[in-house]
Design a binder for this molecule. Structure first.
Ligand SMILES: [Zn+2]
Length: 136
Protein backbone atom coordinates (compact mmCIF):
# COMPACT_ATOMS: atom_id res chain seq x y z
CA UNK A 1 0.00 0.00 0.00
CA UNK A 2 2.75 2.42 0.96
CA UNK A 3 4.88 1.45 -2.01
CA UNK A 4 1.93 1.90 -4.36
CA UNK A 5 1.51 5.45 -3.04
CA UNK A 6 5.19 6.28 -3.29
CA UNK A 7 5.40 6.64 -7.09
CA UNK A 8 2.51 9.11 -7.57
CA UNK A 9 3.61 11.12 -4.52
CA UNK A 10 7.16 11.30 -5.88
CA UNK A 11 5.85 12.29 -9.33
CA UNK A 12 3.72 14.99 -7.73
CA UNK A 13 6.68 16.30 -5.72
CA UNK A 14 8.89 16.37 -8.81
CA UNK A 15 6.32 18.23 -10.91
CA UNK A 16 5.80 20.67 -8.03
CA UNK A 17 9.55 21.32 -7.87
CA UNK A 18 9.62 21.69 -11.65
CA UNK A 19 6.84 24.27 -11.41
CA UNK A 20 8.80 26.16 -8.73
CA UNK A 21 11.93 26.16 -10.88
CA UNK A 22 10.55 26.83 -14.36
CA UNK A 23 6.79 27.37 -14.23
CA UNK A 24 5.34 30.70 -15.24
CA UNK A 25 3.75 32.52 -12.34
CA UNK A 26 4.26 35.85 -10.59
CA UNK A 27 7.45 36.06 -8.55
CA UNK A 28 5.60 36.92 -5.34
CA UNK A 29 3.28 33.94 -5.72
CA UNK A 30 6.18 31.57 -6.18
CA UNK A 31 8.05 33.07 -3.24
CA UNK A 32 5.08 32.22 -1.06
CA UNK A 33 4.89 28.76 -2.61
CA UNK A 34 8.57 28.13 -1.85
CA UNK A 35 8.08 29.26 1.77
CA UNK A 36 5.11 26.94 2.14
CA UNK A 37 7.03 24.06 0.57
CA UNK A 38 10.06 24.50 2.83
CA UNK A 39 8.02 24.65 6.01
CA UNK A 40 5.91 21.68 4.87
CA UNK A 41 9.12 19.69 4.28
CA UNK A 42 10.45 20.62 7.74
CA UNK A 43 7.10 19.76 9.33
CA UNK A 44 7.10 16.46 7.44
CA UNK A 45 10.61 15.62 8.61
CA UNK A 46 9.70 16.36 12.23
CA UNK A 47 6.47 14.38 11.95
CA UNK A 48 8.31 11.41 10.39
CA UNK A 49 10.93 11.52 13.15
CA UNK A 50 8.21 11.69 15.78
CA UNK A 51 6.47 8.63 14.32
CA UNK A 52 9.70 6.64 14.34
CA UNK A 53 10.39 7.63 17.92
CA UNK A 54 13.51 9.65 17.15
CA UNK A 55 12.57 12.29 19.72
CA UNK A 56 11.45 9.94 22.49
CA UNK A 57 14.77 9.97 24.30
CA UNK A 58 16.07 13.26 22.95
CA UNK A 59 16.53 16.10 25.37
CA UNK A 60 14.80 19.45 24.94
CA UNK A 61 18.15 21.02 24.09
CA UNK A 62 18.72 18.52 21.28
CA UNK A 63 15.24 19.13 19.91
CA UNK A 64 15.76 22.90 19.97
CA UNK A 65 19.18 22.59 18.31
CA UNK A 66 17.70 20.39 15.60
CA UNK A 67 14.85 22.84 15.02
CA UNK A 68 17.32 25.71 14.86
CA UNK A 69 19.46 23.85 12.32
CA UNK A 70 16.43 23.11 10.13
CA UNK A 71 15.28 26.73 10.33
CA UNK A 72 18.76 27.97 9.43
CA UNK A 73 18.75 25.79 6.32
CA UNK A 74 15.25 26.98 5.42
CA UNK A 75 16.12 30.67 5.85
CA UNK A 76 19.31 30.15 3.85
CA UNK A 77 17.31 28.69 0.98
CA UNK A 78 14.74 31.48 1.21
CA UNK A 79 17.51 34.07 1.03
CA UNK A 80 19.38 32.40 -1.81
CA UNK A 81 16.55 31.34 -4.10
CA UNK A 82 15.02 34.21 -6.05
CA UNK A 83 12.20 34.32 -8.53
CA UNK A 84 11.96 36.61 -11.53
CA UNK A 85 9.07 38.99 -10.92
CA UNK A 86 8.15 39.05 -14.57
CA UNK A 87 8.20 35.38 -15.59
CA UNK A 88 8.75 33.47 -12.34
CA UNK A 89 11.97 31.69 -13.29
CA UNK A 90 13.92 30.38 -10.30
CA UNK A 91 17.46 31.71 -9.89
CA UNK A 92 19.77 30.12 -7.33
CA UNK A 93 23.00 32.03 -8.04
CA UNK A 94 23.02 35.16 -5.89
CA UNK A 95 25.36 37.00 -8.27
CA UNK A 96 23.04 36.84 -11.26
CA UNK A 97 21.54 40.27 -11.89
CA UNK A 98 19.11 39.59 -14.71
CA UNK A 99 16.67 36.77 -15.43
CA UNK A 100 18.11 34.34 -17.96
CA UNK A 101 14.71 33.81 -19.58
CA UNK A 102 13.27 37.31 -19.93
CA UNK A 103 16.20 39.61 -18.99
CA UNK A 104 14.16 41.38 -16.28
CA UNK A 105 16.02 42.56 -13.18
CA UNK A 106 15.97 40.05 -10.33
CA UNK A 107 15.21 40.94 -6.68
CA UNK A 108 18.16 41.65 -4.38
CA UNK A 109 17.63 38.43 -2.45
CA UNK A 110 14.94 35.87 -1.81
CA UNK A 111 13.59 37.73 1.23
CA UNK A 112 12.61 40.89 -0.60
CA UNK A 113 10.75 41.95 -3.72
CA UNK A 114 13.04 44.97 -4.05
CA UNK A 115 14.79 44.94 -7.40
CA UNK A 116 18.49 45.31 -7.81
CA UNK A 117 19.35 48.80 -8.97
CA UNK A 118 21.07 48.57 -12.32
CA UNK A 119 23.57 51.30 -11.40
CA UNK A 120 24.74 49.93 -8.04
CA UNK A 121 28.51 50.22 -7.76
CA UNK A 122 28.83 46.55 -6.76
CA UNK A 123 28.08 45.63 -10.36
CA UNK A 124 31.06 47.48 -11.76
CA UNK A 125 34.22 45.39 -11.77
CA UNK A 126 35.93 46.72 -8.66
CA UNK A 127 39.31 45.20 -9.53
CA UNK A 128 39.40 47.11 -12.82
CA UNK A 129 38.68 50.39 -11.07
CA UNK A 130 41.34 49.94 -8.40
CA UNK A 131 43.86 48.86 -11.03
CA UNK A 132 43.13 52.00 -12.99
CA UNK A 133 43.63 54.09 -9.84
CA UNK A 134 46.97 52.42 -9.16
CA UNK A 135 48.22 52.97 -12.69
CA UNK A 136 46.94 56.50 -13.11
ZN1 LIG B 1 12.19 36.34 -16.08
Amino acid sequence: MQNALLAPVAALAISWLWFLARGKARGGTKRLALRGTLFAVIGGLIAAGERRGVFLRASLGFKLALLLALLTVAVGYLYLIRFCDACGRMERALKTVRCKRCQALLPLNGMTAKLRNDSTPSEQPRSARSARRKNG
